[in-house]
Design a protein around this ligand. Structure first.
Ligand SMILES: [Fe+2]
Ligand SMILES: [Fe+2]
Length: 304
């Protein structure tokens, strides 16, 4: 199935981690740093491929930063918060994502479900007792079904990439910050101060985040009454919030519970980004374990 979007295909998740210390490499959020060559033998260091890719990422963030306003996020949350599109189980959603996201990703040749399971299994190896964290690894990207036609086939800039609060000033640590100047909120005095519509220590759950797969999966989990702990919901909602968990921005909006949960997000993020494991996962072999976790923490069918 082809996913049609109104801008260039970027792959599953494109994040320009150009401020990271080690390199300028572009990182796919599926749990993998981009290797020297992709599945098709293109070298990322190759000048043309590299610069072409950078242009695509920059254009992605230009669209993202122009359109992700307080008004847009409010509308998206209201619309998708209705959860009136599909009824399916967590595992069915994994399979749905598996069936279409792969083809839009130029850099991986393994099924998407293996990427989800590789993140989960890597966490399981190091934190065997935290079963909630294993399940969080499996489900944190399921919100990417927003790219699917039955979820409105949202453009990539409304599904993936780094996220940030709206309703207060955009922090300069956001990648390609300059494009916020074209966002209507940038010059709106209600939204362009340090606190904007929020107050000190109000708690991140009071803060509207740019719309994407993170906030959507958070809403789905919460509204379907998951029994996952608050650290899991925190990870799901903020795993792409790089300005916070990499740069330490926006901390003035956090409350005490956020401070505690951020510790888990830092742990999680290592597995999400840097588990470069090329070990193939035998899906059928690990499936019973994850099915038991799904049963423990979620209803059999969820509204999406
Ligand atoms: Fe991820
Ligand atoms: Fe993600």
């Amino acid at each position: 199935m082809t996913v049609i979007v109104d801008q260039p295909q970027l792959g599953v998740d494109v994040e320009d981690k150009s401020t990271s210390t080690d390199s300028n490499e572009l990182v796919l959020d599926g749990g993998f740093a981009v290797p020297e060559t992709n599945s098709f033998g293109h070298t990322f260091r190759d000048y043309d491929v590299e610069s072409e890719r950078k242009k695509v990422v920059e254009e992605f963030y230009r669209m993202n930063h122009i359109h992700q306003s307080f008004e847009l996020v409010s509308k998206m949350r209201e619309e998708y918060g209705k959860l009136n599109r599909v009824e399916m189980s967590i595992w069915e959603c994994c399979e749905l994502l598996n069936s279409f996201v792969d083809e839009s990703d130029p850099d991986i040749d393994e099924p998407q479900i293996e990427h989800l399971l590789q993140t989960a299994e890597a966490i399981r190896r190091d934190y065997p007792d935290e079963d909630w964290l294993h399940l969080t690894g499996l489900i944190h990207d399921l919100g990417k079904v927003l790219l699917h036609p039955s979820f409105g086939a949202l453009p990539q800039w409304a599904v993936v990439g780094d996220t940030f609060p709206v309703g207060c000033a955009f922090d300069e640590s956001n990648v390609h910050f300059k494009y916020f100047k074209e966002n209507p909120d940038y010059s709106n005095p209600a939204y362009n101060t340090k606190f904007g519509v929020y107050s000190e220590g109000c708690g991140l759950d009071k803060v509207l985040m740019s719309w994407g797969h993170d906030d959507y999966m958070y809403l789905v989990s919460k509204e379907n009454k998951t029994t996952l702990p608050s650290a899991a919901l925190f990870i799901i909602r903020y795993h792409s919030f790089y300005p916070l968990h990499r740069s330490g921005a926006y901390k003035h909006l956090m409350n005490e519970e956020d401070v505690e949960n951020l510790k888990w997000l830092h742990i999680f993020n290592k597995y999400d980004l840097y588990s470069k494991s090329k070990v193939r996962i035998d899906v059928e072999k690990v499936k019973p374990y994850y099915m038991s976790l799904i049963e423990k923490y979620f209803p059999a069918k969820l509204r999406w």
